[in-house]
Design a protein around this ligand. Structure first.
Ligand code: XMP
Ligand code: MG
Length: 181
């Protein structure tokens, strides 16, 4: 079964735009982390495509890890604010951590992840995020690297889901409200 043709009401970012942005951001990361014991952490599942685009342009010595951070329950389109972290069984103490995220919204996920990594003794914990819904912020936190600022609309594709579907769309688009239950 294919996705409905009108699943998005608007395409916000094409694959090409995202790839170019990932190249730009990777250049900065390459410069900023020249001498650091860097661990780049991909947050599952939403960040995987952006993460892959970024990593192909990162040329510095680094480790790659994956964690799962979830704050949604079922088919809602807003966060519960309570973040569950799993799969974080890797060396954190004494490492610079760069989290790769799909989107920063209220900021609660990033806030709690940062607290977690700090408590585990990381040297630093920054974030590189594809999308930033700045106006929605509930905690004063800012990603060091931001791909695109977007309006407060629910977006899908390029890793982002609604109720676990649509992650494989090769662009970021605003979900057609008629498909939100
Ligand atoms: P917070 O509010 O903690 O949220 O900064 C970050 C997480 O919320 C999810 N999120 C979205 N997921 N389309 C999505 O598919 C959206 O428009 C959207 N806005 C927030 C996402 O999982 C992110 O990691
Ligand atoms: Mg996410």
């Amino acid at each position: 079964m294919n996705y409905p043709e009108d699943i998005v009401s608007e395409i916000l970012l094409s694959e090409e735009e995202i790839r170019k942005k990932a190249e730009e951001l990777a250049l900065k990361i390459n410069e900023d982390y020249q001498n650091a014991p860097l661990t780049i952490v991909c947050t599952l599942k939403g960040a995987i495509f952006f993460f892959a685009d970024l990593m192909k342009n990162i040329h510095i010595d680094c480790r790659i890890e994956f964690i799962k951070a979830s704050s949604y329950i079922g088919n809602t389109t807003s966060t519960t604010g309570n973040v569950t972290i799993s799969n974080s069984n890797f060396e954190i103490r004494g490492r610079d951590i760069l989290l790769i995220e799909d989107i920063i919204d209220t900021g609660l996920t990033y806030y709690q992840l940062k607290q977690y990594f700090k408590a585990q003794g990381c040297l630093s914990c920054e974030m590189c995020v594809l999308l930033d819904k700045k106006e929605r912020r509930e905690v004063p936190i800012q990603a060091k690297y931001v791909g695109f600022e977007i309006e407060n609309k629910f977006v899908i594709g390029y890793g982002l889901d609604y109720n676990e579907a649509y992650r494989n769309l090769p662009y970021v688009g605003v979900i057609n409200p008629k498909y939100i239950k």
